[in-house]
Design a protein around this ligand. Structure first.
Ligand SMILES: [Cu+2]
Length: 375
């Protein structure tokens, strides 16, 4: 049984308190000025949305430019603006000789408990993708936008997906070398220096199709499931067409373990799966922290974001549906325990922006501070 009935009942109960406001009200309230320089300001129309394409629809040149953007960020120095706010005791401390890209990874590490299994999950990851694109544009002359990976096309055989290209300039890289802690030694990012959980050259990727054997309790029959059972076309269909007005149910279906979001992370193993390399510091704890080390993170979250945007578009009751708590309590609250978040709640950024964006600023991908569409 994938969804426990008590959690389902709880999700239903939480829905009764769901906050739904009109689009007009939302755009009037959008308020954080100058957050994304050069981006449409509140009140301005998004006339020319950037087109976010599926990875395979990108030209080799476009793939190369996007991968170059990450390489560029990884060569820029660490910024003192990074100010950890959660400071979980089980992550590595900030490494002063790390890179700007490591800072971006560190935000996700530090904020882990605030942005997963809380109401922040979908809006924060939408914001994070835009933030990274903006950094690539501002600091690295990137002219494109974020692509996404439609994993339903490969769900039957992720290992042999054509997206794993070894090409030194436009390749995402293939699978990691088991003799080198599963570091990916081909593709455009084979020499990318990373600092977390400990300094290493090259991110890690390790095909893991039964990732829950040691994660879910052995007493749970789900622990033998094949990860690709939950990110098929049928799953996306259920998500996009179901849960009318039910943000909590929608998020829970997406984020619960072993649902599609986590199952895809775990299938890629290594950094995306949140596994510590054997070379990390003693006591390294994995989990959804340093997963952006593998930039496939942004392709995956592009797909997650697209599915949310498609759901929002599907029914006017979905458009501005939002409800969630701010504190992780996975046993009792599928998307966070009180104090509850609202559309006016800020999204934490660990000091990396002058002013934090609000959840309402990212509710519409063609409004407020966002201006893109999935094609
Ligand atoms: Cu995340």
């Amino acid at each position: 049984m994938l969804l426990s009935s008590s959690l389902k009942a709880l999700a239903g109960a939480l829905l009764l308190g769901a906050s739904v406001v009109s689009a007009q009200e939302t755009s009037e309230k959008a308020s954080v000025a100058g957050l994304f320089p050069g981006w449409p300001k509140p009140g301005k129309k998004c006339l020319f949305p950037r087109k976010r394409k599926e990875w395979r629809k990108l030209s080799n040149r476009e793939k190369e430019e996007w991968l170059d953007g990450f390489m560029c960020l990884s060569k820029l120095p660490h910024t003192d603006a990074l100010t950890p706010v959660v400071r979980p005791p089980d992550i590595a401390p900030v490494n002063a000789s790390s890179s700007f890209y490591d800072d971006i990874v560190y935000m996700h590490m530090d904020l882990n408990l605030k942005i997963h299994f809380t109401g922040q999950f979908l809006p924060w990851h939408r914001w994070y993708q835009q933030f990274v694109e903006d950094q690539m544009r501002k600091k690295c002359g990137f002219k494109g936008t974020m692509p996404y990976w439609d994993w339903t096309k490969d769900a039957h055989d992720i290992y042999n997906s054509p997206i794993w290209e070894s090409h030194p300039r436009h390749g995402l890289g293939t699978w990691g070398d088991p003799n080198k802690v599963f570091r990916v030694t081909d593709g455009a990012l084979r020499n990318m220096k990373l600092s977390y959980p400990s300094p290493i050259v090259g991110f890690r990727r390790n095909f893991t199709i039964q990732p829950y054997l040691n994660v879910l309790p052995a007493t749970n029959p789900n622990h033998t499931i094949f990860a690709n059972e939950t990110y098929q076309a049928k799953d996306v269909h259920r998500l996009v067409n179901g849960y009318v007005g039910d943000f909590v149910g929608f998020q829970y279906d997406f984020e619960f373990v072993p649902g599609s979001h986590s199952a895809l992370h775990r299938t890629l193993g290594g950094d995306m799966g949140g596994y510590c390399p054997s070379t990390a510091y003693p006591g390294c704890v994995g989990g959804p922290t340093f997963s952006p080390n593998d930039v496939t993170f942004f392709l995956h979250h592009g797909m997650v974001d697209k599915i949310w945007a498609d759901w929002q578009k599907k029914n006017k009751k979905n458009k501005n549906a939002f409800f969630g708590g701010s504190v992780q309590d996975r046993a009792k609250f599928p998307n966070g325990a009180p104090p509850n978040l609202g559309l006016r709640s800020p999204m934490p950024a660990a000091g990396m922006v002058p002013e934090e964006a609000l959840i309402e600023d990212v509710m519409d991908i063609k409004g407020g501070y966002l201006c893109y569409e999935y094609v």
